[in-house]
Write a protein that binds this ligand. Structure first.
Ligand SMILES: C[S@@+](CC[C@H](N)C(=O)[O-])C[C@H]1O[C@@H](n2cnc3c(N)ncnc32)[C@H](O)[C@@H]1O
Length: 221
């Protein structure tokens, strides 16, 4: 197995085991102001669009993003996290599908006019970001709106980094309630690094810094 495949497998397993306790991270007091601002912001970019959500997890962002969308397909590789997402107060336009973000197999020939991924970018190995974005963009029509959001590193709030590998990926040691400890790849790109990855179809690029999160929003030509 390649190290990229091993990283992808361990990430899937870690989030399956963490599903029931995952949303604790959304109750950190210092993140509440950012979260309310971002939740309120997230509906408008997708108004009237047919949206693909990558790695929806427990669906924290799904009701907010899908608020004004024409349709919203929330996908994740783990049924454990999607079971929780299904219990959210969701617009009738939301559907779910088990889809691997690295292949997008299972989507058939579907194309979309919007795409969203929350806290996914940070888990993609740096060498796989450009191919992953290309794979995603290939599913999107011209004029599609893409919103990617993720954590910023805030020393007083974030799990410390435990190491950096030769490709520049950073890692954290995370403990679960069952006592297991997992090494999780978690990158914190700068604005410049992230925008440089987007490829030639990205236009109207906007980077929004919040105290604990960043948002990258753009349109595809
Ligand atoms: C950090 S969580 C983000 C969840 C949610 N988007 C959020 O922002 O709260 C990462 C998610 O990626 C999912 N995941 C892991 N590997 C995946 C893969 N190869 N394809 C799709 N989803 C995957 C996990 O099940 C988990 O729900």
């Amino acid at each position: 197995m390649t190290s990229a495949a091993a990283t992808a497998d361990s990430m899937r397993d870690y989030y399956a085991r963490r599903a029931a306790t995952y949303e604790r991270v959304y109750f950190k007091p210092e993140r509440q102001a950012d979260l309310r601002t971002m939740e309120a912001w997230l509906g408008a970019p997708f108004a009237g669009r047919e949206v693909l959500e990558i790695a929806c997890g427990t669906g924290w962002w799904t009701p907010h993003g899908a608020r004004e969308a024409a349709s919203w397909l929330a996908t994740d590789l783990n049924p454990e996290t999607m079971e929780l997402a299904r219990t959210k107060p969701l617009p009738a336009s939301v559907r779910f599908a088990e889809v691997d973000a690295y292949t997008l197999d299972g989507l058939g020939v579907q194309r979309f006019s919007g795409a969203f991924a929350g806290c996914w970018w940070s888990h993609v190995p740096r060498a796989q970001l450009a191919p992953w974005l290309e794979l995603l963009h290939a599913r999107l029509d011209g004029g599609a709106r893409v919103v990617l959001l993720d954590n910023s590193f805030v020393p007083a709030s974030s799990t410390p980094l435990s190491r950096r590998d030769a490709d520049g990926n950073t890692y954290q040691q995370r403990a679960l309630d069952d006592g297991s400890v997992h090494e999780v790849l978690k990158n914190f790109p700068t604005r410049g690094e992230a925008i440089a990855m987007l490829g030639p179809r990205a236009r109207d690029v906007e980077w929004i810094d919040h105290a604990h999160y960043w948002i990258l929003s753009y349109e595809l030509s």
